[in-house]
Write a protein that binds this ligand. Structure first.
Ligand code: PLP
Length: 256
């Protein structure tokens, strides 16, 4: 059991009830099985279950127009990771639908991350390098309020320096925890990263196009960064850097 939707075991009873309502029109089955799923087999298993349900509904005279497979297809966060392509998923599901006599139903996908995840990077500037007794810290000007995935659910995001120093450079590669400037131990973006960097360098936090800005907040009265759309050699500001006046504009001071 979880808080989402209704359990598949309860679905026939709910569909039957809905089919008797004057106010409801049954159009299909919609599901969402999870997130960052890199293999297509869980989607195929889900499809089998949904089609079993469709069979049960058909036997009760309930016809469907669509099956919605939700989102959840994963993306490559780390080089070498294997992820099935969306076209393989669609083809395999389509085949299964056809084989089981449901080829006529509309197939709906709610792909989120797999469309936009790798279309965005979060660029941040190194403020300070702090040598610790057991660890080095690379303190950057972006924080958990801008990208909460690492601290919220230990997501691993690739962090790439935008300046590459030559082999013989006096700047040496070291291992750092990349952390934000907020006064929270949980304010980190990456742990144990080998970086050849110095203050002022820019870092790109990769795969930030999904669950980045949408999950951002104003925690610690921090302003959200601008969003820049890059189209070939052209770039456009599609969301302006926030101003502190805007953040406080809806607040009222009450004089008692
Ligand atoms: C119902 C539903 N559809 C689609 C999505 C998008 O998921 P993803 O970005 O993993 O493709 C979500 C995400 O939680 C969801 O809850």
């Amino acid at each position: 059991q979880n808080k989402f939707g209704i359990a598949i075991e309860d679905a026939p009873r709910v569909y039957e009830k809905a089919s008797k309502s004057d106010f409801l029109k049954i159009t299909g089955i919609d599901c969402h099985i999870g997130s960052q799923i890199t293999d297509i087999s869980p989607f195929l298993d889900a499809c089998d279950k949904l089609l079993d349900l469709a069979d049960v509904l058909k036997s009760k005279g309930i016809e469907l127009d669509h099956i919605d497979f939700g989102g959840g297809l994963g993306i490559v966060y780390e080089e070498g990771q294997e992820v099935h392509h969306a076209s393989e998923l669609v083809e395999a599901l389509h085949q299964k639908m056809e084989n089981r006599g449901y080829g006529h139903l509309e197939m709906i996908f709610e792909a989120g991350r797999s469309i936009v995840g790798n279309s965005g990077v979060l660029v941040t500037e190194i403020q300070f390098l702090k040598e610790g007794e057991t660890k080095n810290f690379c303190i950057v000007d972006t924080a958990m309020n801008d990208m909460i995935r690492p601290t919220l659910y230990q997501a691993w995001m690739q962090i790439v320096p935008l300046h590459v120093y030559p082999e013989n450079s006096p700047i040496k590669e070291e291992t750092f925890d990349v952390v934000g400037p907020i006064c929270e131990t949980g304010d980190w973006l990456g742990k144990d990263r080998k970086l050849k960097v110095q203050p002022g360098d820019l870092l790109a936090v990769m795969s930030a196009g999904a669950y980045g800005m949408t999950m951002s907040s104003h925690y610690n009265t921090r302003l959200k960064p601008p969003e820049i759309l890059v189209d070939g050699a052209d770039d456009y500001v599609i969301r302006e850097r926030e101003k502190i006046e805007k953040l406080f504009s809806s607040e009222h001071i009450v004089e008692l």
